[in-house]
Design a protein around this ligand. Sequence first.
Ligand SMILES: [Zn+2]
Ligand SMILES: [Zn+2]
Length: 305
Amino acid sequence: MTSATARQAVTATLETMKQRVPAYRELVDRFGPLFLGRAELYDQLTAMAPPPPEVDGAKLAAGAPVLAGADLAPWLPLFQTSAKTLLPRLISVLHLDKAAGEALAALPADPPLLSGLAQARIEGNWKFFEDTSVKLETVSAGILLFVSESILSPALTVLADSLGEPLARHSWNQGHCPVCGSSPSIAFLSFKESTGLDHLVSGGGKKYLHCSLCGHEWRVKRNACAACGNDDSETREILTVEGVGNERIEACRKCNTYCLSIDMRECDPPPQLDVAQMGLIHLDIFAHQNKLTPITRTLWNSFDG
Ligand SMILES: [Zn+2]
Ligand SMILES: [Zn+2]
């Protein structure tokens, strides 16, 4: 990937969304600059990237992601660059008031706090966000989390991409990301792809999960719940909205969670998955009405504050 291809994918997905569902136009115009800003950082952050962290096979075999216990200090300059670029857009997109904006704008110049937020997000230490929000006084824990994720995400995408073959060598069938440990924000069935043999095209349809933080994608069993591993067809169901069969809700009645899923075999060109989620809020509302909880809370699926 390059910034140019990332930007192109974001632009195409935003355009499709606007044309298909006019009700999403306002969201596209509001959040589009943020997605584009994240895409544009890719080349700059790649050029700054330190050597990738070590991929420890024993750790992965035990279900622990690459970044569990890893030292993120070498990545701090990337988090700072990302923060400097994205904070003005975040403050505007989220319509934050002056006091909140000023508190957040000070983040790039506060390495201990920035590293603390990164570490806390990787460890799933939500209390750190609550405590920091109390200290800052002007920024809610929810906003602080969203802002931190937006800043960390482009740098962690570069990190995940840098792991390449050493990571691909290991099998991983967990419902959380092998790189950063986050839960997936969306699932997809792979598109048709050339097999490398003359004129042979594989049918696709393999199931992958897309990490909500670093964007890494990993293959999983198609019929299993990403949250609890349940593969009993009696307690798993696929919900769709009439006329749009390739976008669905994969629901599990055992743990009452759901994960949205896109069948890429019916998408040309394939959508940029972080952006695509914004255009599926109608599915999140439908799942909410069906008493299901999202596997990962995002800005697009949190309806109760
Ligand atoms: Zn991840
Ligand atoms: Zn489940």
